[in-house]
Design a protein around this ligand. Structure first.
Ligand SMILES: [Fe+2]
Length: 473
């Protein structure tokens, strides 16, 4: 086996049975020009655009990047996880791929010459990819929140891997774009959670090499430039692993373009991207300025239409399961829409209605501020949850409101994926996928029954056992 880290979450794996490209985001930005590659991508090689196989771990734009997917050879064989709904399969056909194969949870398939590949699904939209060539085994966890029994099953099947790749920094905007008069509202998770999660998962997997991966981005949009200070660097992860202790595992920092092969070992760059990150970012922002300005121009003057907003969020609140207002989104979520005469647009989950008014309701959970051009686009594309990932949002949380706010965003993401659709929930496909993951279901139910606020559970997507800890270590 040989592999090259192309960037952020993109890997190019070469095996005796052909090449596998994983999560190609090969150009430009993601999430309304907010996320950019950092460290920057190397020059894209022709073979990366015509791999034998491509695997997409999940739907997020930094993994399934439409412009990049469209630039691949359409004859590429596509491997995707078989989730409980068939959204991704349809997306692949829409992009123009003819050969699409869905991988059932945990069922390894043979690519030939002793090379096996498997997809382990977890949560609503996450997967671990395993590639085993008979000599070396690679686990790509990317930003999958897998742990405990579900993770142990993979190790039982494939043994301790040679490599485990895992994310290590913020991939959503809580708490870095949040403010509150009560500091406790901003402490449900912090950057320690990411260190603990990296080290904790590597302790469960015990790979020979652990690679901090899937978090190689920076924010160049003017609305988010100030957030780069919060990003975790892979060297911090390496240091944290050293002090915490990971016996038998070496943490290797790989930058874009770095590679490993069974014969030659690691080939690593000696460029230091992190000591003076701000000046690198300034240079990058200048280089990308025309694109950022074009984005601003495209968004300028676009306002959110009240009827579109009302229709969208009314569908959402009506799709929520019983108890969503009593147990999860207990207080109104308020969007501030400055172009409106009645600028406070209220999504009231307990009463399942959407209204607008001149002043924000005093019992609100929060006040959400999103550029209207972005919000209008996100509603049109059924992707408002992605704005929370993008970081192009500012949220002022009222005392006691964080739990409702985080539950709102979590449920919105699940609804936008299609999981709250009755037809999906009644389908053989959904129950077939759920049955294959029954271990996870039992663990998630256990986590749901445990004490702790709903927001903590949403933050961990009902993860098993050691669900995200409040305040970190
Ligand atoms: Fe993701």
């Amino acid at each position: 086996m040989k592999f090259t880290v192309i960037n952020h979450s993109c890997l190019f794996i070469e095996t005796e049975a052909g090449s596998i490209l994983v999560d190609p985001w090969l150009k430009g930005s993601a999430y309304w020009r907010s996320w950019w590659h950092y460290p920057p991508s190397p020059e894209i090689r022709p073979e990366w655009l015509a791999p034998d196989y491509v695997y997409f771990t999940h739907h997020h734009f930094d993994h399934l990047h439409y412009p990049s997917a469209r630039s691949l050879d359409p004859r590429t064989k596509v491997l995707i996880p078989r989730f409980g709904l068939e959204t991704m399969r349809k997306e692949m056909s829409g992009i123009g791929f003819a050969d699409v194969r869905e991988l059932d949870h945990g069922d390894a398939i043979e690519l030939g010459r002793g090379v096996r590949i498997a997809s382990f699904q977890y949560g609503f939209d996450d997967t671990v990819l395993v590639v085993d060539d008979g000599t070396d085994v690679l686990f790509n966890l990317n930003d999958c929140k897998i742990r405990s029994t579900s993770l142990r099953r993979i190790v039982e099947r494939f043994g301790q891997p040679t490599f485990a790749f895992k994310s290590y920094s913020f991939a959503q905007c809580y708490p870095i774009t949040y403010t509150s008069s009560d500091p406790a509202e901003l402490q449900i998770i912090d950057r320690n959670v990411y260190f603990d999660d990296f080290v904790g998962r590597m302790r469960e997997i015990r790979p020979k090499y652990a690679v901090p991966f899937g978090s190689m981005v920076a924010f160049l949009h003017p609305e988010c430039r100030d957030l780069n200070q919060y990003l975790v660097s892979p060297y911090e992860v390496q240091e944290r692993a050293r002090t915490a202790g990971l016996p038998g595992t070496e943490v290797v920092v790989m930058s874009p373009g770095d590679s490993w092969s069974h014969d030659a070992g690691f080939t690593l760059t000696d460029v230091d991207w992190y000591s003076d990150r701000e000046s690198h970012l300034e240079a990058l922002a200048q280089e990308m300025a025309p694109r950022l300005e074009a984005q601003t121009a495209a968004e300028a003057g676009r306002t959110v239409d009240w009827e579109a907003f009302r229709t969208y969020f009314t569908k959402f609140v009506r799709a929520l399961p019983p108890g969503a207002g009593r147990l999860a989104v207990k207080r109104p979520i308020v969007f501030e829409v400055p172009s409106s005469d009645l600028p406070y647009w209220v999504v009231d989950v307990p009463h399942r209605h959407v209204t607008r008014q001149a002043v924000p309701p005093p019992d609100r959970a929060d006040l959400v501020r999103i550029n209207e051009g972005v919000l209008a686009d996100a509603i049109e594309k059924v992707l408002v949850y992605f704005v929370h990932i993008s970081t192009r949002v500012r949220i002022e949380v009222e005392p006691g409101g964080a739990s409702s706010d985080l539950a709102f965003w979590g449920l919105l993401g699940i609804w936008e994926l299609g999981y709250l659709d009755r037809k999906v929930l009644m389908s053989r496909r959904f129950w077939g996928a759920a049955w294959k993951r029954r271990d996870e279901g039992v663990g998630a139910l256990g986590a749901l029954m445990k004490r702790g606020s709903f927001s903590e559970k949403m933050a961990g997507q009902f993860a098993e056992d050691d669900a995200v800890t409040a305040g970190g270590a």
